[in-house]
Design a protein. Structure first.
Length: 194
């Protein structure tokens, strides 16, 4: 933000100087329009960087969950490339999809729908954890686990946002595991690097 203000200030000063010392420029010269264009281009670059970062995060999460296989399921009732459980399916509007129907016909929950569901789930979890993200990101838990937003979102995908809150409130003493033995702190560590 500080760099943006410096760039804007330099731009305004240079534009003002050009207008004062170049009277041949037409009066319709609109420095505000140029400034807005610069800001919009910056927002676009930031948005593209965010989209790439989100895509990289989701790819890493899918790789960990299912080896990025949208047709995958496990014996514990989780389906798709992000291994959605019943609660996540309900939360994202895909609660009508059953585990056994998916096994019989994975095309009832195609990859593009799984991506949409994951985007919804990430937004929901980020909203539920917003105060915790604000309070804990950049801090360490158990002296060695660096808390990042991506780590919190991955951990909430594994164990649910309520369990992530409980983990943080107990300074890591409460650390649930899934049926395969993966703990909430494992996901904080693995995805804290993304």
């Amino acid at each position: 933000m500080k760099k943006l203000l410096i760039v804007i200030s330099i731009y305004i000063i240079s534009t003002f100087t050009a207008l004062v010392f170049a009277p041949s420029l037409p009066m319709s010269y609109n420095s505000e329009a140029i400034l807005l264009k610069m800001i919009n281009e910056r927002e676009l670059r930031d948005r593209l960087a965010f989209d790439r970062s989100l895509a990289d995060f989701k790819f890493a999460l899918a790789k960990k969950e299912s080896s990025n296989n949208w047709r995958k399921y496990n014996p514990f009732g989780y389906i798709g490339k992000f291994q959605f459980g019943k609660a996540a399916l309900d939360m994202t509007g895909y609660g009508h999809i059953s585990f056994y129907d998916f096994i019989d016909n994975p095309s009832i929950f195609p990859e593009k729908d799984q991506e949409i569901a994951m985007d919804s789930l990430l937004r929901f979890n980020a909203f539920i954890l917003k105060d915790y993200i604000h309070e804990y990101v950049g801090k360490n838990i158990l002296d060695s686990i660096s808390i990042t937003q991506q780590g919190l979102l991955a951990a909430s995908h594994l164990a649910g946002p309520g369990n992530v809150k409980h983990f943080l409130n107990t300074n890591g003493r409460y650390n649930p595991k899934d049926q395969l033995g993966t703990s909430l702190s494992d996901y904080l560590i693995i995805f804290g690097k993304h």
